[in-house]
Design a protein. Structure first.
Length: 162
């Protein structure tokens, strides 16, 4: 799944087209990598791509319950762990929430720009935007990294949101 969806949450667009693209990509990715995409895993992923907003675990549980799925915390956390381990979802530490990966299937350092006014989040490829810390001159190999950048998106700035 190697399409460029960065910054899509800050631009006006048809979320249903975006959602359909994500769903097709995740199904293909899971099939190619022999990952079982159970109905609950698929539903959690679908919940996370709606509107590009990060959601907390209990918000996900509420939606699951309303849509007729099992909503016990241990089950939801197991599903989220699976999605994170397979690079399909990221946890945004600063917001204590989860968001679908815009670059699932591509090796990358996730970086997020987070609007502090509307809480929209967009994923950018960190390695394209920061110096590589794993260069031979530093004698360091990155095992895990995530960058979270807060600010104000253009829609909030243009709207004069305080």
């Amino acid at each position: 799944m190697s399409s460029n969806h960065s910054m899509s949450s800050f631009k006006k667009h048809d979320h249903s087209i975006c959602s359909d693209r994500y769903k097709a990509s995740i199904e293909k990715y899971c099939h190619q990598n022999n990952l079982e995409l159970t109905p609950l895993r698929q539903k959690v992923f679908e919940i996370l791509i709606r509107g590009h907003k990060p959601l907390g675990a209990y918000e996900i549980l509420d939606v699951l319950s309303k849509e007729g799925f099992s909503s016990s915390p241990p089950i939801a956390y197991r599903v989220l762990d699976f999605l994170i381990e397979n690079g399909l979802v990221h946890k945004i530490q600063g917001l204590n929430s989860f968001i679908a990966c815009a670059y699932a299937g591509c090796a990358h350092i996730p970086a997020f720009v987070i609007c502090r006014k509307c809480d929209n989040v967009a994923e950018i490829r960190g390695e394209e935007n920061i110096p590589k810390a794993s260069s031979s001159s530093l004698d360091f190999k990155i095992e895990n990294a995530m960058i979270e950048i807060s600010g104000v998106c253009s829609m909030c700035s243009d709207a004069g949101v305080a």
